[in-house]
Design a protein around this ligand. Structure first.
Ligand SMILES: [Zn+2]
Length: 133
């Protein structure tokens, strides 16, 4: 299933996720994946999660290439509320690193499929608290 969804001809990358400038996850994942609408491939890209209410960059993600060099492309800015402001933007709950696109599909499924257990538990708790509110 994953072999059809992910492009394994392209090497795996090491993704690092920082929460408030503190490293919280490092994991290996494929560089690109097929979109849910099946209209092509998307590539992993450095991301900074910026809160549109207080303008804090509360999380960011970098990629290390197989040759050891860091991805030097500029960060893609994603608008997601920080957990302090706690105001929903679109479908993505405040403080979530798993952004939801149209039809609530994750924009980057690689985080769900390859991230370590504690990061997924963090996301689960965010979704649970949203469901309970
Ligand atoms: Zn904020």
């Amino acid at each position: 299933m994953r072999s059809a969804f992910y492009n394994h001809d392209i090497p795996y990358l090491t993704q690092q996720i920082y929460l408030n400038n503190e490293l919280i996850a490092t994991f290996s994942r494929p560089r690109s994946w097929r979109t849910f609408s099946d209209d092509g491939w998307l590539s992993a890209y450095p991301v900074a999660w910026v809160c549109p209410w207080c303008l804090q960059t509360w999380a960011h993600s970098t990629f290390q290439m197989p040759d050891g060099n860091f991805d030097s492309r500029p960060f893609d800015l994603h608008s997601v509320s920080c957990s302090t402001c706690n105001k929903q933007v679109g479908s993505t709950p405040p403080g979530s690193l798993i952004e939801l696109g149209p039809n609530d599909f994750p924009l980057d499924p690689g985080i769900i499929d390859f991230a370590p257990q504690d990061l997924l538990e963090r996301e689960f708790n965010i979704l649970l608290s949203k469901a309970e509110s």
